[in-house]
Design a protein around this ligand. Sequence first.
Ligand SMILES: [Zn+2]
Length: 117
Amino acid sequence: MSEETTSKAPEAGATQAPQGAAGPGGPGGGPRPGGRPGGGPGGRGKFFRRKKVCKFCTEKIDAIPYRDVRLLQGFVAERGKIVPRRLTGVCTTHQRRLTRAIKQARNIALLPFATRH
Ligand SMILES: [Zn+2]
């Protein structure tokens, strides 16, 4: 009876070819892997409830205080992006003022700019 006890780790099976060298494949347009996982049934509704009336109009806020970070943050996505008024329900007039206020807030470092990825 001769048993071979292989104490070596059997990791030699996985062959990982380093794809880094410029092969002679040429710039042939291959099929792109991955892509956007879009196509799901209904995806929005996470940020805000859709309001019919603009919040600022409702509360009769004429000038949007750019110092009110909490207020502004409600209209800024996590990455610092301004949420489109489609999602917020803000009217055009106030959205414009809001954008301005957010940009002002950014300039004085109250709000972050869009975080680069
Ligand atoms: Zn409004």
